[in-house]
Ligand binder design. Sequence first.
Ligand code: ADP
Ligand code: MG
Length: 484
Amino acid sequence: MTSSVSSPVRLSPAALRDLWLAVLRKLEPKIQRSQFITWFRDTAILGLEEGTLVVGLPLPMSLNWHLEHYRAQTLQAAQEMDPSIRQVVYQVDGGLKDDPARTFDLLQHFAEPKRRKLPGKQEVKLAEGIVSKILTPRYTLENFVVGSGNRLAYAACQAVAQQPGGKYNPLFLYGGVGLGKTHLLQATGNAILKQMPKATVVYTTTEDFTNQVIEAIQHQKMEQLRRRYRVVDVLIIDDVQFLANKERTQEEFFHTFNALYEEHKQVIISADRPPQELDLDDRLASRFERGMIADVSAPDYETRLAILIEKAKEYELFIDMQVLQFIAEHATKNVRELEGILMQAVAQYELEQRVPTVKSIAEIMVKLNKDPHAQESPVGFEVPLKRKASFQDLMEAVSRYYSVSMQDIVGASRVREILLPRQIAMYLAKKYQPLSYVRIGELFSGRDHTTVMNAVQKIERKMHNDSQLLREVRALEKELDFVS
Ligand code: ADP
Ligand code: MG
């Protein structure tokens, strides 16, 4: 280390995050959208010291690409934000991949340009140069699926949509990621605009708001910023947990909030925790507690299934009910996860013309690292009373899993697509049903018992060195509750 004459200012993780978002904002218009989303997904600033900006990449394979294509642009954008930055270096950090606290959901932060240009009411004309994200028209109260975990929040949003600035002011929604907070917030904004197209509805994330405050401070335009917000009718601010440790932004927000509140303007807020658990100035937290607080929690099985049916309809995806049930049973974490799996299925369908089956979905889930068979008992999913699976259940499961009819399974066809499921069915029948080889042969259209024996042995042998097959058999066993 050199002398500490000008000791470098170390930025907090939150400040680095803000800086990165600002840099991304500069880069995004210069890069083709698909490229931008692909290469900047799960990136972050890992550090900034003595003019060297360390950019973290989630995968080693994107390193060269960044070096070749984006380094100069990234440096330029970073310098616009902070002129003391002299170079950009990269570092691969595999942990970025599953760390939404450090990275940005680009699809959310950078709405599709197509949508931005949408004419009509969604294009809110905001007076005084107020910045608002365009509300995504896709988020409506109508297409929000109501279940036990979000009923109260939904009802509150409906009430606010009918009477903004009324009883439920402010409205504070909280809950974990991917459970529908942003959807509800934007849907409420959309609903208000539908009834009152002239209303000034501002939807902003805490990050955007913070950036505005920072910019206003830099350019000594604080007064102007305050004035701007006075004309707002409805202020929606998403993810206020990010206000923690941002004293100045909190203070500004406090003033803005008070001004609006006194004028009976509606304020709608979301966070990942209830107000008292947020690391906020007490004054602000107690303001949040004045109105209505509702939590959004994980959907139960029925709600997950209803959501999947709704989304499949939205994406015009024809998907078998049993497949949807399979997803709903196994993807239990949050709604975003459900949607992610469905989107993969859509992609698969569009690219490969493959109709989603339980098997292909199971593969997708494995790929997404969500081994459907390595899950604990899902939250809120009521396990039906256990009954030992019968031979009929077994046949149905195999038929569903491989999308092959039961007639074909017991029938005569020898094409591989049918032969394998048949052999697996025989194997499972022998292993888990109290049936002899002879009896199984009879059940499979009167085949000879040696055919059954051969099939069983073949599957047993193949499972040793065919991990795909092994996974499939395990999946079926699990589904039939033969093993736990
Ligand atoms: P959060 O803001 O709580 O992290 P989002 O609102 O971004 O979650 O939800 C993630 C995705 O799940 C969105 O695409 C949203 O439309 C969808 N979603 C969540 N809950 C529901 C629901 N109850 N009905 C329909 N879609 C939902
Ligand atoms: Mg959100």
